[in-house]
Design a protein around this ligand. Structure first.
Ligand code: NAI
Length: 364
């Protein structure tokens, strides 16, 4: 295969373990990748004064393709999310997360095959916020009162939920284009348009318009209110195919859907824009197991397979996926998260042992 230069952002927490494992697997599969390492994460705060140095954003821009490990975001206080900043600064407007059963991985179903397409730059998740007691919050509260839109308690913190026509059309078109390209049958838009008429209502209205553009492509379109989606998806995921979400619901549904197939340890993802793409697992930095060699690297490895597809190296990606399926089917080396998902009492193997098994499967 051709050589590709890729920016690797190991992140923090379990990031070093999962990205090192991923590098080993790609090397064993013969993927010719020139890794350019760039840093991001909580550990940089003291040295650089920021968890996301400008040089890291520049490295992604230079190589156009990156893969990252997770980055810790403190709850409540501290810096804003590195992930949100990367997605916004590089306009990675698509968050693509295939959810596929791997036999032997402890999923609730054997045949889940759905694709989450999450808008990645807008919505409550964009982090446009006003602190309780601030001048700006007071100004906003006053403005809301004066417009007659409602009233907000003076001791409120406020997060803004912008959903635009442009952002919605872009993400829904991506979902339909993806469905056409991959022979998918249906696109479902998920929303809460009954309550949030000017944000989710707009999302649904624009999704319906875009669906009409694709009427001759033979792809069914429907929509679901987010709470009903959650229940229906847990009861019978086979009724869904490609699912398009505004940012926050897509974030939550990603974990829910990962739970259907065995958990976060096997859920891959990608953040894609017109110019750049960053591949990363759905899971976070898992501080409870970080540094213990217990992390499951499958999600990072499968994210790398998505990257290889994106780079046009589908054959290598498919060989790695075959090896992953073989290791799970054999069931000899499974990490603790998967042992628990399968209900087994056996202890899990280490991240290294799992990676060894994957490398051995590739060399068979
Ligand atoms: P988490 O995904 O890190 O962990 C949730 C649970 O899943 C934990 O019990 C963890 O041990 C387990 N888990 C996650 N990945 C695993 C893996 N590969 N192998 C085995 N077990 C795994 O979610 P949590 O605890 O809510 O977040 C921790 C930190 O990660 C937070 O600071 C959060 O903001 C950040 N985060 C970062 C993301 C990213 O960089 N893309 C995505 C999600 C969260």
């Amino acid at each position: 295969m051709a050589q590709h230069t890729v920016t690797l952002i190991p992140g923090d927490g379990i990031g070093n373990e999962t990205t090192s494992a991923m590098q080993r697997v790609l090397a064993a599969a013969g993927a010719d990748i020139n890794w350019e390492i760039a840093e991001a994460g909580a550990h940089l705060m003291e040295i650089e004064g920021t968890p996301l140095p400008e040089s890291t954003i520049e490295a992604v821009k230079r190589n156009k393709v990156a893969i990252k490990g997770p980055v810790t975001t403190p709850v409540g206080t501290g810096f804003r999310s590195v992930n949100v900043a990367l997605r916004q600064s590089l306009d990675l407007y698509v968050c693509l997360r295939p959810v596929i059963s791997i036999p032997g991985a402890g999923g609730r179903y054997d045949d889940v095959d759905l694709v989450i397409v999450r808008e990645n730059t807008e919505d409550l998740y964009a982090g446009i916020e006003f602190e309780e007691g601030s001048k700006a919050a007071a100004h906003l509260i006053d403005m809301v009162q004066k417009t007659g839109a409602g009233s907000i308690r003076p001791d409120s913190g406020i997060s803004i939920k912008p959903i635009s026509v442009t952002g919605t059309q872009n993400i829904v078109r991506y979902a339909f284009d993806y469905a056409v390209k991959h022979g998918r049958k249906k696109v479902t838009a998920v929303h809460k348009a009954n309550i949030m008429k000017h944000s989710d209502g707009l999302f649904l209205r624009e999704a319906r318009k875009v669906a009409e553009e694709y009427a001759d492509k033979g792809i069914e379109f429907d929509d679901k209110i987010v709470d009903a989606f959650c229940m229906n998806c847990v009861i019978d995921p086979s009724q869904f195919d490609v699912i398009v979400f505004p940012n926050l619901y897509g974030d939550i549904a990603s974990d829910l859907c990962a739970g259907l197939v065995g958990g976060l340890g096997i859920a891959p993802g990608a953040n894609i824009g017109k110019d750049y793409a960053i591949f990363e697992a759905v899971h976070g930095s898992a501080p409870d197991i970080a540094g213990k060699n217990l992390a499951n690297p499958t999600a990072e490895v499968l994210s790398a397979c998505m990257m290889l597809d994106y780079l046009g190296e589908m054959e290598t990606a498919e060989r790695i996926r075959d090896a992953v399926r073989a290791v799970y089917a054999e069931g000899k080396y499974l990490t603790g998260d998967i042992r628990r998902a399968t209900g087994s009492q056996e202890p899990g193997c280490t991240c290294t042992e799992f990676t060894d098994a994957l490398v051995a499967a590739l060399q068979k």
